[in-house]
Design a protein around this ligand. Structure first.
Ligand code: NDP
Length: 314
């Protein structure tokens, strides 16, 4: 099956790697050609396309993985755009964590050309993408999903049909809003405990066998915060976008959402404070700055500081 992949970013590149071998033949396109050149150098059977239209030409399935639905929409038009290359009967699968309204607009444009569309955002992070173990949440027609399932199974372990076009985006946004809530609230709680002189590693040991645990407490804090590693795997800018989409979904449905709206505001603030390249876990640094304490084991705090912290009441 001939497949095209557009967007070789942090998660796009490891997803595309699973399509760079038979039974697939792969064409790739990336805005910065250097990333596409690097990909083709490692996967010599792959063709580097000159434009989105060139990538789509002859492909049964075209996969996009860009920051937001805006960039996907911007790629559709013009002589070099996706619609100029997509053949009638082809399927555009958008793995961007997009917004439902944007996906519905892209689906309508595709339908005018006889091209089917699925929104198919993923979860599982860069590690899940490398292992081919992502969860893929799909919006669109079930029969179209059946046609492209082998492509999704190349990088996904769990493929879930969520509903019509936009349903995958909505589920993804709410999932990531929960990540944001857990991350921020764990940071506030652990900063308070650290300031009270309690070892955050000890607190996490308790929390992680208790009802307050989450992926943030079980994985992100031990591996990235206590270690001060803060690796850059998922940009804060993208999580800010996701929480904003979830807050919009709730507003559009007129369901009560004060916590989602507040979380969207906090992540917008953090994004502006920390910049475009900061990782999402770096919001913890902002909470630490506001709290005047680092979430680290007491051994890493100077002895006199630790003594004064220990004197403070809980
Ligand atoms: P990155 O920022 O690492 O990569 C973005 C990609 O989009 C790059 O290929 C970039 O090209 C391309 N791009 C950016 N702007 C444009 C544009 N205007 N026109 C064309 N191409 C453009 O993002 P990720 O790979 O991390 O994320 C991609 C999507 O996947 C996002 O929606 C994100 O929310 C989602 N996601 C990411 C996860 C992660 O762990 N990273 C996990 C789950 C979902 P260039 O190389 O030229 O900059």
């Amino acid at each position: 099956m001939h497949v095209a992949f557009l967007g070789l970013g942090a998660i796009g590149a490891p997803m595309a790697r699973h399509l760079a071998a038979p039974p697939f033949s792969l064409a790739v396109w990336n805005r910065s050609a250097a990333r596409a050149d690097a990909f083709v150098a490692v996967h010599p059977g792959t063709r580097r396309a000159a434009t989105p239209a060139d990538a789509a030409r002859g492909a049964a399935v075209v996969v996009t993985c860009l920051p937001t639905s805006r960039e996907v929409e911007a790629l559709l038009d013009g002589p070099d755009g996706l619609l100029a290359g997509l053949a009638e009967g082809a399927v555009l699968v958008d793995c961007t964590s997009g917004d439902p309204a944007g996906s519905r607009r892209v689906a309508a444009r595709c339908a005018e050309r006889g091209v089917a569309f699925l929104d198919a955002p993923v979860s599982g992070g860069v590690v899940g993408a490398e292992k081919g173990a992502l969860t893929v949440m799909v919006g669109g027609d079930a029969a179209t999903l059946a046609r492209v399932r082998p492509v999704l199974e190349a990088f996904g372990q769990k493929i879930v049909h969520c509903g019509g076009v936009g349903a995958g985006d909505a589920v993804k946004a709410v999932n990531n809003a929960l990540l944001a809530v857990h991350l921020w609230s764990a940071a506030e709680g652990l900063a308070a405990l650290a300031k009270a002189g309690i070892d955050p590693a000890v607190a996490l040991d308790v929390i992680n066998t208790s009802s307050g645990r989450s992926n943030s407490s079980m994985n992100l804090f031990p591996e990235r915060v206590l270690s001060r590693a803060f690796p850059r795997t998922f940009r804060l800018a993208l999580l800010d976008k996701d929480v904003g989409i979830a807050a919009d979904v709730a507003r559009e449905q007129r369901t009560p959402s004060p916590l989602l709206q507040l979380t969207a505001e906090l992540f917008r603030t953090a994004h502006h404070a920390l910049g475009e390249e900061a990782d999402h876990v770096e919001v913890v640094r902002l909470v630490e700055r506001w709290a005047g304490v680092e979430i680290v084991p007491p051994a890493t705090i100077a002895a006199e500081d630790a003594a004064s912290i220990l004197e403070q009441p809980l």
